[in-house]
Design a binder for this molecule. Structure first.
Ligand code: PLP
Length: 443
């Protein structure tokens, strides 16, 4: 096969600038990686090492002063993890990325860079349940206070802002409910207040939506889900657009003021459009320590190579299953933004023209008991608490993840007693449908 400029064969692109001409699928396979210079190994090796030898004392000094980029200790940087970080920055069209041990660690890194004790932020109330917990309880112990708002009207974010707010946080595709947030409008509200919009892009993935194109300033990911894609490892990342001016006001002293633990260096002044990334690594990872293991980075890099293909099929299968369930006599409602009946259909066309993901909820006419019977009757679909696997996953939140809540709280979070959550996998669509159909008969 002859190679064309769009199809690199022997030589993968080596320079970051080259990546601008490549398409998503090419970047997903090549960005950040090159054959190993010493062995020629084509896939990225797992660099299972805690530390790295210094050339001499001057080299060590310049590494510690952040004057030279290089490797010191794997809590901060590791060559396998670096490939993943470059790839994520390329796929999100961002300036820099820091990978870490989980999606929750990514949120910790993002907020610990922006907030000090006594600061506040506004978040959508429709978030991954673990994020609501993190923001409501442990963050409070750090002195960070979160105001939750209904994200379906962007003005709600503006109304909740206080002078102490340092960020707005939302998921662009939030479940349960298949909610699509109008992030372009929310970004405008954040920017008028001189603060960044952070978007959790876990469920949409960069294949379906690029939040930076719509004004987001930071993106967080749980790489555990679709990015890794095979349900085999945890990981997270925070990615920076490089466009936010951290010195436009005095809200972000960690970035705009001298840092004592780096001899008075100012991160934004020194590193400019990747100042946030450098701080999240050199202070966040260094001092909080939620590092990603190179073994997990290897699995996630491998998963990302097929992200485009997988998301295309996740969306196709989700659409087929949602259309089937919408007509099923035992199903009361289906909330999938790919269905015309969804109130988020138009926003989905705008933000996710390739499809609104592979995850949605349904309501059963038979209520709580029907939900329990359905998950127990599934044979192909796995009854567990995760999303974004190759396998189809089913969960009845009211009897599992949301069982500690009152029925009123369950309903408010979109996880009432009748709700079933489905993460549609990559099996043959008719097999998924057949299993759900027989499980519904049992319900
Ligand atoms: C899973 C998830 C998280 C948390 O990620 P972990 O990797 O489990 O820490 C955050 N946001 C969303 C949308 C998620 O699905």
């Amino acid at each position: 096969m002859s190679s064309t400029p769009e199809q690199p064969d022997e030589q993968p692109p080596g320079d970051d600038d080259d990546f601008e001409v490549y398409g998503f699928e090419t970047l997903a396979i090549h960005a950040g990686a090159a054959p190993d210079p010493t062995t020629g190994a084509r896939t990225t090796p797992i660099y299972a090492t805690a530390s790295y030898v210094f050339d001499d004392v001057d080299h060590a000094a310049s590494l510690y002063n952040l004057q030279t980029f290089g490797f010191i200790y794997s809590r901060l940087t590791n060559p396998t993890v670096s490939v993943l970080e470059e790839r994520l920055a390329a796929l999100e069209n961002g300036r820099g990325a820091v990978a870490c041990g989980s999606g929750h660690a990514a949120q910790l890194l993002a907020f610990s860079t922006l907030l000090q004790a006594g600061d506040e932020f506004v978040a959508a109330r429709n978030l991954y349940g673990g994020s609501i917990n993190q923001f409501s309880y442990v963050f409070k112990n750090f002195g960070w206070n979160c105001h939750f708002v209904d994200p379906t009207d962007p003005e709600n974010f503006r109304k909740a802002l206080t002078p102490k707010c340092k960020a707005i946080f939302c998921e662009n595709l939030a479940n349960p409910g298949g909610i699509i947030v109008d992030i372009e409008k929310v970004a405008e509200i954040a920017h008028e207040a001189g603060i960044p919009l952070i978007v959790d892009n876990t469920i949409a993935t960069p294949y379906l939506c690029n939040p930076f194109d719509w004004g987001a300033d930071l993106i967080t990911h749980s790489l555990t889900k679709y990015l890794c894609g095979h349900g085999n490892s945890l990981g997270g990342a925070v990615i920076e657009s490089g466009k936010f001016d951290w010195a436009q006001n005095d809200k972000f002293p960690a970035l705009s003021q001298p840092t004592e633990s780096y001899h008075g260096m100012t991160f934004y002044e020194t590193f400019g459009d990747f100042g946030f990334t450098m701080h999240a690594r050199a202070v966040g990872l260094r001092d909080l320590g939620p590092t990603l293991s190179p073994f997990n980075a290897f699995l996630i890099i491998t998963g990302i190579e097929t992200l485009g293909l997988r998301m295309e099929r996740h969306v196709q299968n989700a659409q087929a299953v949602a259309e089937f369930l919408e007509k099923h006599p035992k199903v009361d409602w289906v909330s999938y933004a790919g269905l015309k009946s969804s109130e988020f259909y138009d926003l989905a066309q705008k933000y996710m023209p390739k499809g609104p993901g592979g995850l949605f909820t349904i309501g059963l006419k038979g209520g709580y008991d029907a939900g329990v019977r359905m998950v127990e009757a599934c044979e192909l679909c796995s009854h567990l608490a995760n999303v974004g696997d190759t396998r189809t996953l089913i969960l009845h939140p009211a009897s599992t993840t949301h069982r500690q809540l009152t029925e009123e709280q369950q309903r408010a979070s979109g996880s009432g007693p009748e709700v079933i959550r489905l993460s549609i996998g990559l099996e043959t669509a008719s097999d998924i449908i057949r299993d759900l159909d027989q499980a519904l008969s049992a319900a």
